[in-house]
Design a protein around this ligand. Sequence first.
Ligand SMILES: [Mn+2]
Length: 321
Amino acid sequence: MENHKTISENIRQEINIAQNILLISHQKPDGDTLGSNLALLAYLKRLGKNVFSFCLHPLPEKFSFLPNAHLISDDHRLFTKKYDLIITVDCASLEYAGVDKLMTALPQGYKLINIDHHITNPHFGDMNLVIPEASSNAEVLYRLFRDWQIDWDSDIATGLSCGMITDTNGFTNAATSYHCFNAISEMTKQGAKPHRIVKNALTNTNIAHLRLWGRAMERLRESKHHGIVYTWFNQEDFKECQVDETATEGIINFLHILKDAKILMVLTEMKNNVIKGSLRTTLNIDLTQLAKIFGGGGHKKAAGFSLSGRLVYDNNKLKII
Ligand SMILES: [Mn+2]
């Protein structure tokens, strides 16, 4: 903890002397990386800094309720400007964030600060505040702001609450700790509206999505030997249900209602011969070990990986060809 306090103080000093700052969220953004980015943006703007926010992919519609959501940009030209400071939020690595190649275009002379909560984070920054036991990146940022004794406002409180609520799947996963509730309690006092965030960010599905989910539900299989319950989506499903791959989001968390599954796995056949795997557990199993076998990573209880190939179900067996 002492160590975190020292890093907090060092980050504060770097921010004090910086004027031009770029904030980076990870690609295929979720409520944590976006909420964290916008909370930090709100704070830094108030300090009078010149701040830019980048994410490789556009902000999903369901997060447009976040204050200053329109300021998140996917413009690659942001990487040709000169910055004093670059801060990544919720980025397990620069590759995972989708910015490793873009960053090679940046003029030298910036400091890189890495704020995150992924256990696999290799500490790629000049300064690294990585707290794997935190429920979310937003909770790490909450602790940082608390250390700095900032004046809270409802924009900051809303961004941080969005991160904590979405990364804990509405306070239902094992990362939901006393610290998380403590932070949410304070953020609610400072103007966040948890019910609005839940409504916008967690209950944002439609009939076409549920029809797609229905296909995956029907296909649920159990590998008793490994304790894995799994299902999959293929490209025909997306075509026939007239939705894209983002419609699969949320199904793996929904499957937590299964009582006896040790590990949940959803495989999604993406375009261009890529298969995306998502893994979840509520037990004391380290899924990063399993994800690593397939070149992936993530958190102990929520991990993922990518493989190349196509999914084929034949003769009662799911195969990757
Ligand atoms: Mn996160």
